[in-house]
Ligand binder design. Structure first.
Ligand SMILES: Cc1cc2nc3c(=O)[nH]c(=O)nc-3n(C[C@H](O)[C@H](O)[C@H](O)COP(=O)(O)OP(=O)(O)OC[C@H]3O[C@@H](n4cnc5c(N)ncnc54)[C@H](O)[C@@H]3O)c2cc1C
Length: 350
């Protein structure tokens, strides 16, 4: 059966483009993860559709991969087919047709309630944007830094607060990423999603189930093919300076390489009040609360810059990471009665 699957996949994708046993440590920002049985980089919507169809026809699980910036892949790797989503189309889709009643899940009250991180509360960098007037169409595989640079070149502002976040557009939608006081969905007009039967559907912002760090994709397993973003012709020079300032400040307070995003979700405001924490930042619990900053297990350590980040300082395995996570969770429970929950997504065999 495996030979038959392999033959089918080679026929479909070509010998040069289908990778067998691709080490996932090459495909994640954490540089951790065993081999994917099959790996294919899809560079167009048509290729994404064909790859998922192949998975359905051959009975193979298919995992959509973006930049790999929020993942811990197990040392045993991923069974089935990993499809790296790399459709990089970017264009101005036209002037914005205003639709009544489009809501954003972002609001400063909401932000305060969830206070992402005391170190990254850069609300002095918020730029009042004029109302959005332009629609941009972006493929799910466009890298976020590229998208930010390209929109600024077009004189379009809004996305500068997401500078310094490694992500694909698809991953940004899946997780509804946050940059300072802004959530990505604030800029989303519509998303073209592919359902598990391969059918593309245009879904409006309000049907996407966006909330802080959430979208409906986490429940449905649909695939982002393309996104329509609503942006403004604002003060592009100022937005460029803000982007630079974000990058500088993030460099100071977060590691930038060999790590995924935050390991733990923030705690609730009630929990923070109960344990006397100054904010809901999980980083505070690990650092000030438990004094574990810098702790090492095997090749992984808690970052000295930011205690909710782990850094692979050389040859770390997923097993090392799981041990470090367990250590923190058990100490947080012992000392504070807190059950910390992972924010990084665990994928594959551990
Ligand atoms: C240094 C650093 C800083 C970070 N800072 C921030 C920050 O400030 N704010 C923040 O919110 N996050 C931050 N993160 C976390 C990370 O950047 C985001 O979670 C990002 O959105 C992950 O996107 P990705 O393309 O890498 O997705 P991946 O990690 O590849 O995948 C994440 C999930 O998205 C799914 N997915 C990816 N593409 C698609 C698609 N096209 N359709 C359907 N599902 C898809 C995957 O299957 C997976 O379930 C940071 C990470 C790092 C390493």
């Amino acid at each position: 059966m495996t030979d038959e699957i392999l033959k089918n996949l080679v026929d479909l994708f070509g010998e040069n483009r289908l990778k067998i046993g691709e080490p996932m440590n090459r495909q994640t920002t954490f540089r951790i993860g065993g081999p994917a049985d099959y790996f294919f980089e899809a560079t167009s919507v048509d290729e994404i559709q064909r790859a998922f169809k192949a998975g359905r026809d051959l009975g193979l699980p298919v995992f959509p991969l973006g930049t790999g910036a929020n993942l811990l892949v197990g040392d045993g790797g991923i069974r089935g087919l990993v499809v790296k989503i790399s459709n990089n189309n970017l264009e101005i889709a036209g002037p914005l047709e205003r639709k009544a009643g489009t809501k954003s899940s972002a609001a400063s009250a909401h932000y305060q309630q969830f206070d992402t991180d005391q170190y990254l509360k850069f609300d002095d960098l918020d730029l009042a944007e004029p109302p959005p007037d332009t629609l941009v169409r972006a493929g799910a595989g466009v890298s976020l830094p590229v998208l930010i640079a390209w929109t600024l070149e077009q004189g379009l502002t809004g996305l500068q607060n997401f500078a310094g976040i490694p992500s694909s557009v698809g991953g940004a939608i899946y997780n509804n990423i946050h940059g300072g006081t802004r959530l990505f969905d604030e800029f989303v007009q519509e998303v073209i999603l592919m359902d598990r039967l391969g059918r593309p559907n245009r879904i409006s912002h309000d049907e996407m189930g966006f909330a802080y760090d959430q979208s409906r994709l986490q429940e449905t397993g649909e695939i982002v093919l393309e996104v329509f973003l609503k942006l403004s012709h604002g003060d592009a020079d100022r937005a460029r300076r803000i982007r630079l300032e974000w990058l500088k400040r993030k460099l100071k307070v977060q590691p930038q390489k060999d790590c995924p995003g935050c390991v733990f979700k923030n705690i609730s405001p009630e929990e923070a009040a109960r344990i006397g924490a100054p904010s809901v930042a999980a980083g505070w619990v690990v650092d000030q609360g438990l004094g574990l900053k810098g702790t090492k297990v095997g090749g992984v350590k808690i970052s000295e810059k930011h205690a909710n980040f782990f850094v692979n300082f050389g040859g770390a395995t997923a097993k090392d990471v799981c041990k470090l996570i367990d250590l923190i969770k058990s100490k947080a429970y012992e000392k504070f009665g807190l059950s910390l929950v992972e924010e990084i997504q665990m994928v594959g065999e551990f």
